[in-house]
Write a protein that binds this ligand. Structure first.
Ligand SMILES: *[C@@H]1O[C@H](CO)[C@@H](O)[C@H](O)[C@H]1NC(C)=O
Ligand SMILES: *[C@@H]1O[C@H](CO)[C@@H](O)[C@H](O)[C@H]1NC(C)=O
Ligand SMILES: *[C@@H]1O[C@H](CO)[C@@H](O)[C@H](O)[C@H]1NC(C)=O
Ligand SMILES: *[C@@H]1O[C@H](CO)[C@@H](O)[C@H](O)[C@H]1NC(C)=O
Ligand SMILES: [Ca+2]
Ligand SMILES: [Ca+2]
Length: 346
């Protein structure tokens, strides 16, 4: 009940607080909307309790720190002397000076770094669970909007317990193919390996066509892929939360997020704690006949995969982002910034 209530308030308030000029949706200079005007918040009396309220309000997990590295705002300074108790569901519910009343300059604008690389998931996000079964999968999931993957358009998808997504049929494969596999199907591998959700952990998914998750996806893609002026209209989030490898007990958490809008499509891979394993592993994607593929560096070595939590091709630790429609194939366009390995078969 509590969770449901608080997620309702998160949705309700979402539209009037934002973090700008940061690394992602979950970091940046704090701005608040009042009377249709975005303004900044002054750092007088600002503390970690206040910051925690904002991070939670944005569905961005815990606060890492308040920072001033996100530049100075301009125009309105809306709030000063903010003092949250810490239990508030929104910054607007905290004590502060009246709107627009302050003795501050923009050099005092509050900036925030929240920790959450993950998109909302689990019960609070309204996820559907996969059943707990060895080498199992979701049932067929009809997509609310078609997903374009290197020129092929899909209307359905399967979330496979063993850490990967397939479009045409479920996959029971617990030993990953090595990319490029020159196979006949499109595969998106968050962390394809022998996972066992009968023992521990939850595999779940959710798709969105409205709400704060779309706002977040829009901002993330525009940060990771500048100049596209992208607007997300559909987001699919698949999460492997605290799952374990077959016959082990160390927990691993990761997420694959599919995002689309107009003719663009993107994948985000988000990594939390990833345990070492002796099982074969693989993270990345592999398109039909490997006309396009990508292997996240180090992701095919079980002893190196804990590094997924801190590596990135978009300057955001724990996140790898890829453009996967059939758009421009230049390295810069296909991934945010990092190394790209891709092969063309003619
Ligand atoms: C999914 O599984 C989790 C953990 O077992 C549980 O708390 C949650 O209620 C389940 N969600 C649904 C929709 O059944
Ligand atoms: C993207 O936009 C930035 C800033 O407007 C510009 O400096 C950069 O050259 C652009 N990049 C491309 C690939 O057009
Ligand atoms: C599971 O691990 C134990 C020791 O950790 C080992 O003895 C056992 O053979 C393993 N079982 C399987 C099915 O791999
Ligand atoms: C989408 O693709 C179609 C066909 O290639 C093109 O006509 C249209 O302009 C594109 N739309 C956008 C928003 O890029
Ligand atoms: Ca100050
Ligand atoms: Ca003041």
């Amino acid at each position: 009940m509590l969770t449901t209530l608080s997620s309702f308030f998160v949705l309700w308030w979402m539209i009037d607080v934002r973090l700008v000029n940061g690394f992602s949706f979950c970091s940046g200079r704090l701005e608040i909307l009042h009377n249709g005007i975005w303004g900044t918040v002054c750092d007088d009396q600002w503390d970690s309790l206040n910051a925690a309220v904002v991070c939670r309000q944005l569905d961005c997990g815990n606060v890492v720190e308040s920072l001033r590295v996100f530049g100075q705002g301009s125009g309105q300074i809306w709030l000063d002397e903010v003092q949250c108790i810490g239990i508030e569901t929104a910054l607007q519910n905290c004590a502060s000076s009246a709107w627009g009343v302050h003795d501050c300059g923009h050099h005092e604008d509050v900036g925030l770094l929240c920790e959450e690389v993950f998109y909302p998931f689990g019960l609070a996000a309204g996820d559907t669970n996969n059943s707990a079964s060895l080498d199992g999968s979701s049932s067929v999931i009809q997509l609310l909007s078609p997903f374009l993957f290197f020129g092929r358009t899909y209307q359905q998808i399967y979330v496979n317990n063993n850490g990967h997504l397939t479009f045409n049929q479920p996959s029971v494969q617990n030993v990953p193919d090595h990319f490029p596999s020159y196979g006949s199907q499109d595969i998106i591998a968050g962390l394809w390996t022998n996972l066992d959700n009968r023992q521990r952990g939850v595999v779940s998914y959710h798709q969105y066509t409205s709400g704060n998750v779309l706002t977040r996806a829009t901002q993330d893609i525009n940060t990771h892929f500048p100049n596209l002026t992208f607007t997300a209209s559909w987001v699919f989030v698949a999460t492997w939360d605290k799952v374990v490898y077959f016959n082990t007990s160390s927990e691993t958490s990761f997420q694959v997020v599919l995002i689309s809008g107009s003719n663009f499509s993107f994948i985000l891979m988000n990594y939390g704690d990833v345990a070492v394993t002796g099982h074969p592993v693989q993270a990345g994607y592999d398109a039909v006949y490997s006309a396009d593929y990508f292997v996240i560096p180090g992701s095919n070595k079980g002893n190196l995969i804990p590094n997924l939590r801190s590596s990135s091709n978009v300057n955001f630790p724990g996140r790898w982002a890829f453009r996967v429609d059939s758009g421009p194939k230049s390295k810069k366009d296909q991934t945010g910034a990092g190394q790209v390995r891709s092969a063309k078969q003619c």
